[in-house]
Ligand binder design. Structure first.
Ligand code: ADP
Ligand code: MG
Ligand code: ZN
Length: 617
């Protein structure tokens, strides 16, 4: 039976600005200070930590939005230590729990965790210990499946609750409850049962993800939180330097050089798309003299925890990993996060980058981007969703519609990411933070992103005419050619391929001859991002290679023809041609940066000192 929470009227109170929670008058105030120093080895509290602890210790339901690395774990581990009874922690990933375990062991905090692949005897032993009068555990970690499917666990929790020994319920990575996010876990939706069964136990929900699509209301409602207090803080990570770099055939050499020049012998993570990529990149870096290793989901648990330990002990510096590595990774001195291929969403990207620079020191986030990775990731998304729904019993009822919807959301998220990469003029921080619903003034970036530090200025141009030509061209050729082929025809190529299909005789052959190639193909890609053209991915049976063909989405295309939709993109102007004053258009606050009716303002060229600075980045 799937538990569906009743629709409650969602209400919550902003806690962030409320001085009450900062007060030192709480009876546990002294204990907090002492334990934070003595047990956790921290000199002080980070922003919002004390406030969150005070609110949850006061018995309220609390929802915490704190960026990755902000220190969410402390906000439940410390209360767990100083409260009578046991704290239940629901956490979605093995690697996450393993990571926590290491730290709890170091800090000497008694805990237990229950997982399905544990020996039954061992599980029973833990469950028995839970009910003993002198239970030694302060924390019990479980996976969401456990809560939904283990009657025994629920019975044990009932017993704890009736003895007033269920101190607190913690839902880590609470955004997994939302179907709209990038980490949706069907079992999280069943967690609402906890608040219903144990209304007097305070719930603490933690996440680093809140976007326009993963709304806090959804999370609060699904978990059934009551009069919940919300603490949120800025997602801007000012010590991280962001850049997007074109990915070429010699990408691995570029990565090697980048590390040698900027972070030699320092710690870093390289996120790769496939497990083969992880191994390939690690091998190459080893050859180049780096202490690199790899980590991915198809390694057995022992291998994985071995690599994780090597990394914690600084025996390897660089981990080439799939996203399986890192949710909750606890290394403060990660100096760089490199994306060897396109991340699946802006939330995912922000979170992965967030593993760098937890100690607050300057760190680099470099994303190697080429458009063809989009096709690869998209193909994998389709596969991934199919797999996911295959092994999530309980959600089977609506598998088809849910699967479609998840896939659709995933592709939307991916397109936002593509658009982020394609954008070569607006502040990276601004582009990310807009996504988290946060206002950010690009001048506060202080040139810590590639776009802000470019000496180049950019100008917005209406390219609807060119866009219409490109759509016309697809109409003329029919829906059977790839983007690259259409580009060849548009640019007037006389290659064998173009001649073979007699495309050199089309009226639009060579219509884009005068344009820089990069610009024309960016407009074509933008048409796909805007869903005016659709790219169908097909796998050729022979070699398993992925190719794609373009077709027209008529309903969207007619808006382009009627003028209802305009295509306005920002293009870089070279330093030379921008000696005079440039026309600038402010950006639209959306994840897609096409602008419709932006008023023009005039902006000065940046000075020579800026040129030097950006040359160093
Ligand atoms: P999150 O779950 O928010 O991503 P973690 O709880 O894993 O973050 O904490 C990230 C890192 O910050 C850990 O290494 C942790 O030890 C450290 N940390 C947490 N709170 C403090 C503090 N008050 N002072 C110093 N370091 C802290
Ligand atoms: Mg965490
Ligand atoms: Zn910037």
């Amino acid at each position: 039976e799937v538990f569906t929470p009743k629709l409650l009227e969602v209400q919550y109170i902003e806690g962030s600005g409320d001085k009450r929670w900062r007060s030192a008058d709480f009876t546990w105030a002294n204990k907090l200070e002492t334990y934070n120093r003595k047990v956790f080895g921290n000199h002080s509290f980070r922003p919002n930590q004390r406030e969150v602890i005070n609110a949850t210790m006061s018995g309220h339901d609390v929802f915490v939005l704190m960026p990755t690395g902000g220190g969410k774990s402390l906000t439940y581990q410390l209360p767990a230590l100083i409260s009578p009874g046991i704290t239940l922690v629901v956490s979605p990933l093995v690697s996450l729990i393993q990571d926590q375990i290491m730290h709890l062991l170091q800090a000497n905090i008694p805990f237990a965790y229950l997982s399905a692949n544990m020996e039954w005897v061992q599980q029973q032993e833990i469950l028995r210990e839970l009910l003993s009068d002198a239970c030694k555990y302060k924390l019990l970690y479980v996976y969401p499946e456990k809560v939904a499917k283990s009657d025994i666990l629920l019975r044990q929790l009932d017993a704890l609750y009736s003895r007033e020994s269920l101190a607190r319920i913690v839902i880590d990575e609470a955004h997994c409850v939302s179907q709209w996010g990038h980490d949706f876990r069907p079992d999280y939706q069943g967690l609402g049962i906890l608040k219903q069964k144990y209304p007097a136990t305070p719930v603490l929900a933690l996440t680093a993800t809140a976007t326009a699509s993963v709304k806090e209301e959804d999370v609060v409602q699904a978990l059934g939180l009551k009069n919940c207090i919300i603490f949120r803080q800025s997602f801007n990570r000012s010590n991280l330097w962001y850049s997007v770099v074109p990915k070429t055939k010699k990408c691995l050499d570029d990565i090697d050089n980048f590390i040698k020049e900027n972070h030699f012998d320092e710690c870093g993570i390289i996120y790769c798309l496939s497990r083969m990529d992880c191994e390939k990149v690690a091998e190459k870096l080893q050859e180049c003299g780096h202490k690199a290793s790899f980590y991915h989901g198809s390694m057995d648990p022992r291998q994985r925890s071995f690599v994780q330990q090597q990394w914690s002990k600084d025996e390897v510096n660089i981990i080439c990993a799939t996203v399986a590595f890192g949710m909750g990774i606890n290394k403060p001195d990660v100096r760089f996060v490199i994306h060897h291929s396109l991340p699946k969403s802006i939330e995912g990207y922000h979170q992965e980058c967030g593993r760098a620079g937890r100690d607050g020191l300057r760190s680099s986030c470099v994303l190697y981007y080429n458009y063809s990775d989009y096709i690869r990731v998209k193909a994998m998304l389709g596969q991934g969703v199919a797999d996911q729904s295959a092994y999530t019993p309980g959600s089977r009822r609506n598998v088809v519609s849910t699967t479609d919807r998840i896939l659709e959301t995933n592709i939307e998220n991916l397109l936002c990411m593509v658009n982020y990469c394609e954008n070569d003029s607006e502040c990276r921080r601004l582009l990310q933070l807009i996504h988290f619903g946060e206002k950010f003034n690009a001048s506060d970036c202080q040139k810590t992103c590639d776009n802000c530090s470019k000496m180049l200025n950019s100008v917005a141009r209406n390219v609807s005419g060119i866009a219409r030509q490109l759509v016309d061209l697809v109409k003329l050729t029919g829906p059977q050619y790839s983007m690259a082929h259409i580009m060849e025809v548009y640019r007037g190529s006389l290659s064998m391929n173009v001649k073979k299909y007699r495309h050199d005789t089309l009226s639009l052959h060579g219509a884009g001859k005068h344009m820089p190639k990069g610009e024309a193909s960016r407009i074509l890609r933008h048409l796909v991002i805007k869903d005016i053209l659709v790219e169908d991915v097909k796998k050729s049976d022979l070699y398993g290679t992925v190719s794609s063909i373009l077709r027209i989405n008529e309903s969207k295309a007619c808006k382009l023809y009627s003028g209802e939709q305009e295509i306005i993109l920002r293009f870089c102007t070279t330093a030379k041609s921008s000696k005079s004053k440039l026309e600038f258009a402010p950006s639209e606050p959306s994840c897609f940066t096409t602008m419709s009716s932006a008023p023009n303002t005039t902006v000065q060229m940046q000075n020579a000192a800026d040129l030097n600075l950006s040359a160093k980045l």
